[in-house]
Write a protein that binds this ligand. Structure first.
Ligand code: M6R
Length: 608
């Protein structure tokens, strides 16, 4: 979604802003812009479309300075045009604002400012901030921003620059992430650590309600009453190489191929083979507290919601604790039944998804213990949960989630193992599961070696307009995930269904043009799935079957087979997801789609 970068220091600011914006391109955006103070006036350059367009605007009409702010916009209020791109300027041109989030009382504020004679030049909610800050300005930019924020309802991560109180950027956060990149004789502001990592590893994550004043040799964090508050300096532990493509054509492909390592990293130091259990230091739940859990709610969005469905099955099967899975966007508004014996597991790659964060806060407010399964270290969910399990999958840049999904399933398996062993799971069964988890990285490697087979299948189906993905048991959420992967990057309509549900409607779609992907490992429901494959074949559907061994029952039923290794039922989604990711990837590439930045999508959805 939107990205913010800011810089104050001795260096020419434009290349730094552009580089920072490019590092955040993966988040998804549709226009971009910068504001630069040249020592006398503020200049704004903006363009609809990709950052290359902004670079062309800057090349034709350069600006120079050592302090500036930049933005990539993902449209909410008004279409993605130059006039709606950020930064937005105050009427007198002395204040520039970039903003992530949504101002909810925009209409009231706009009307009040119009009464005072302000003329609006965009459809955005952000422009009201620029005029409001001008209206309240009385010599100090931070005071004007603090005063403006008392009138604003909604969410924001914002950065403000003024030619009347130059030399500083004022930033504020409520519901939209922001951090200060601490340098030597220079400081940065960004909505994403990847934007500053080339320059500094020292970052200060702002909390909701924080306002920051950033100058070249100092920064301050203040509260709503301008009192200084202390925020610790964190260190970014990952490397720039991890957010570069490293020879792969796309981040998505790189991330698919990283899965033997990312899954290994999720388990590193946590799996105890001899005891058949897992060690999870961050969950902050004692033995007694674990046994006190009456029910579990898992909440998430998108791909993370699919891994939640797998977690539900694992926990219910092995721990015999009732589990409900809730879309975060629904959970927060449905008056859920939660008690102090409820464990609310919150799953999010980014740790910033607005609905997931709000759902977690709601569960907490109602007395649940919250446990975050998060990939991005230092993200808001990770900082606000009661306990957590980091995925350690490494930065995921491709908009389509791949390695985060497999690491989420593995993290859920670790948690299930720990919880189940506290309940009734025998050490023998625990060891069996732990060993199966231990074997996963090598098995994923085997699946990756079938990439050319999958690419050939993709060639066959690249012109399809619809796909069905079917599975049962643990393979049903995998089917949903396979369908989501295909639709989001190739724009082919795809649906995931429980295989037997096909008979209750979707079977009407099946003809000799319809590709149907069956996820059919040899698990507890294999024979049932074979019947469903037969039903599909009887209607001349074209079957692509992901399965685990030679099976006489499948003879004559398969048009295209993808073989994956056998594992225990609950871990089969980890292996089955990989060919589904590759199938979606190759089809999208063959259709010429922008795999890493699909249209309309954002990596981290920070608005409701
Ligand atoms: O960062 P999160 O895991 O909270 O993100 C949730 C969804 O927005 C995300 O999984 C989305 O569905 C992906 N594009 C799926 O590939």
């Amino acid at each position: 979604m939107c990205g913010i970068i800011g810089y104050v220091g001795p260096k020419p600011v434009v290349p730094l802003l552009i580089e920072g914006l490019k590092r955040m391109e993966y988040r998804g955006y549709d226009s971009a812009g910068v504001a630069v103070y040249d020592g006398t006036v503020l200049h704004t350059r903006r363009a609809a479309g990709k950052i290359a367009k902004l670079e062309a605007v800057l090349a034709a009409n350069p600006v120079h300075g050592a302090i500036g702010i930049g933005h990539t916009r993902w449209a909410t209020h008004g279409p993605p045009t130059e006039r709606n791109a950020h930064p937005h300027r105050s009427a007198d041109g002395t204040i520039s604002v970039v903003h992530n989030g949504i101002i909810e009382n925009v209409n009231t504020l706009r009307a009040a400012l119009q009464e005072l004679g302000y003329v609006f030049n965009s459809d955005t909610d952000t422009e009201v901030l620029a005029h409001l800050i001008q209206e309240l300005f009385d010599g100090s930019l931070e005071e004007a921003v603090l005063s403006a924020l008392t009138k604003v309802e909604g969410t924001y991560g914002l950065a403000v620059l003024s030619s009347r109180d130059a030399g500083k950027i004022v930033a504020a956060r409520k519901g939209s992430p922001l951090l200060i990149g601490v340098g030597h004789g220079e400081n940065f502001l960004a909505s994403d650590p990847s934007a500053v990592l080339a320059h500094t590893r020292q970052v200060v994550y702002l909390d909701d309600g924080d306002v920051a004043v950033i100058e070249h040799d100092a920064y301050r964090v203040i509260d709503a009453h301008a009192a200084t508050i202390s925020r610790k300096v964190d260190r970014i532990h990952w490397d720039l190489a991890e957010i570069e493509r490293g020879g792969y054509d796309h981040f998505m492909l790189k991330e698919i191929f990283e899965q033997p390592v990312s899954v290994e990293n999720t388990m590193r130091g946590r799996l105890i083979l001899d005891d058949g259990t897992a060690k999870l230091g961050g969950i902050n739940l004692s033995h007694d507290e674990l046994l006190r859990i009456d029910n579990v709610i898992i909440t998430a969005c998108g791909t993370s919601w699919h891994s939640a469905l797998i977690g539900e099955m694992m926990i219910e099967e092995l721990c015999r604790i009732p589990v409900e899975v809730e879309y975060a966007s629904e959970f927060r508004y449905k008056n859920p039944i939660v008690s102090d014996r409820t464990l609310c597991i919150v799953i999010s790659q980014s740790g910033e998804t607005a609905d997931t964060l709000a759902a977690m806060r709601e569960a907490k407010r109602r007395g649940a213990r919250t446990l975050g399964l998060v990939n991005v270290v230092g993200s808001t969910i990770a900082r606000e949960d009661d306990g957590g399990v980091y995925l350690h999958a490494g930065p995921e840049i491709g908009v389509a989630s791949t390695k985060a999904f497999t690491s989420q399933v593995v993290a859920l398996a670790l948690l299930t193992l720990k919880l189940a062993r506290k309940h009734n799971l025998s050490v023998v069964r625990g060891r069996e599961l732990a060993q199966a988890m231990h074997d996963l990285p090598a098995q994923i490697q085997t699946v990756l070696e079938t990439a050319t087979v999958i690419e050939a299948i993709a060639e066959e189906f690249k012109h399809a307009t619809n796909f069905l993905y079917l599975g049962r048991g643990y393979s049903f959420p995998t089917a949903l995930e396979g369908a989501l992967k295909l639709k989001e990057i190739s724009y082919i309509h795809a649906e995931g269904y429980p295989a037997a549900e096909m008979k209750h409607g979707p079977i009407a779609l099946i003809d000799d043009q319809m590709p149907v992907v069956f996820i059919a490992p040899h698990d507890a429901v294999f024979d049932k799935v074979v019947s469903n494959i037969q039903e599909c074949r009887a209607r001349h559907g074209r079957t692509i079957v992901i399965t685990t061994r030679d099976e006489p029952a499948l003879k004559g039923l398969i048009d295209y087979e993808i073989r994956i290794p056998e594992t225990v039922d609950m871990l089969s989604p980890v292996l089955a997801a990989v060919p589904l990711q590759l199938l979606a990837y190759y089809i999208a590439v063959k259709r010429g789609a922008n795999v890493d930045q699909p249209r309309n999508l954002a990596k981290s959805v920070t608005v409701e």
